[in-house]
Design a protein around this ligand. Structure first.
Ligand code: MG
Length: 371
């Protein structure tokens, strides 16, 4: 009998524009995608948000590959037609490693849904509705460049703008964008953990700009500092990097550390955990939005499916394909006239993966037999 297989492809995908945050700059996205193929031949795809280095997430591409090969796939030995539920149960005794687990779990789920001819939207229980999306703007070399970038994105149809901020690049760019585009532009900022609790007086000055939210000003573990800032009832505080699990989300809500939560499926271990976090947030009146990590078509489609759930009331960081890539590994996503994207409703994540494009972008690959 043939084995199931798990294939991973490391892709080098050129970005249309360098993307700089307080954590560094990317000009080529180093992307890990994976395909699970059951013994019966049905297969599914997934994308990881892991980076080449552990600068943003504690896990990174090499650690994900090692965890997948040595820890996770051996736990699936003997499985012939795997489901996402059995996968989660098999991984339950291995703590941590949400990126590695999420990559395997999501590929298995995609295969399961394609086999059953069911869309991820329907599996998650979402509504077939257009998703309002926003654009995340990296740190440019000058205020003038920032204003010209934002003008371009608004003319592209984006209805909400998120600015990356860092010490020395905060009040001035926000003021410039407000002055150029007015107080009605839905605007938010993301610090990617770049500030310390001693910076609270500076961060409070952002309250003057009517921002939708301030995302992750402090380090991942600084829940109490985030709670203290949120207690001031100024700009709503959003957590991103602090939330690696359902427990993290429940603790943050209990502490009052999160007025808003950014759910990134890859970061929390996949779409089932994402849905659980969504459900807890919805029950506690905490709005959520779907975060992004410069996804290709595979991750973008699945994130759109997640964002069809009712608690996703804020625009997601799920841009059109052209925001990041001139060429993708599946069909392009384009904004409609209302600045929305539509989640595919074909089986699984709904993307026909372009295997020729995978070949063209691949710089490394591994095939792991399972069982
Ligand atoms: Mg963020």
């Amino acid at each position: 009998m043939p084995h199931a297989t798990f294939e991973v492809f490391r892709l080098a995908m050129p970005l249309v524009r360098p993307f700089r945050t307080s954590k560094g700059e990317e000009t080529v996205r180093d992307v890990l995608v994976a395909r699970w193929t059951d013994a019966d031949g049905s297969s599914g795809w997934a994308e990881s948000a892991a980076d080449a280095e552990p600068t943003y997430f504690p896990e990174y591409i090499d650690s994900v590959l090692l965890t997948v090969e040595r820890v996770l796939l051996p736990r699936l030995a003997g499985e012939r037609s795997l489901t996402v539920g059995r996968t989660r149960a098999a991984f339950a005794d291995a703590p941590g490693n949400p990126l590695a687990k999420g990559l395997v779990e999501t590929a298995v789920l995609d295969a399961q849904l394609r086999r059953a001819d069911m869309s991820l939207v329907d599996f998650l229980g979402g509504a077939r509705r257009p998703i309002t999306v926003g654009v995340s703007v990296g740190i440019p070399d000058s205020i003038d460049t920032l204003v010209s970038w934002v003008a371009g994105y608004l003319s592209d149809g984006y209805r909400r703008v998120k600015l990356k901020i860092a010490p020395g690049w905060d009040l001035a760019p926000v003021r410039a964008v407000r002055e150029a585009f007015g107080d009605d532009l839905p605007l938010q900022v993301d610090a990617n953990q770049a500030y310390s609790p001693a910076d609270v007086p500076l961060l409070r000055r952002l309250d003057d700009f009517g921002l939708l939210l301030l995302e992750q000003p402090f380090a991942r573990h600084e829940l109490l500092a985030h709670a203290s800032l949120a207690a001031g009832h100024g700009t709503p505080v959003c957590l991103d990097e602090s939330i690696l699990s359902l427990d993290d989300a429940m603790t943050a809500i209990r502490l009052g550390a999160a007025d808003v939560i950014n759910i990134k499926p890859s970061r929390v271990g996949g779409y089932l955990t994402s849905r659980q976090i969504h459900d807890v947030c919805l029950a506690n009146g905490v709005p959520v939005f779907c975060g992004g990590t410069l996804e290709t078509a595979i991750g973008r489609a699945a994130n759109l499916a997640l964002a069809t759930l009712p608690g996703f009331t804020l625009p997601g960081d799920i841009s059109a394909t052209s925001r990041y890539y001139a060429a993708d590994i599946g069909a392009s996503f384009e904004l409609d006239d209302d600045g929305c994207l539509i989640a595919p409703t074909g089986p699984g994540c709904g993307v026909e993966v372009d295997e020729a494009a995978i070949e063209a972008f691949a710089v490394d690959r591994h095939t792991f037999p399972v069982g």
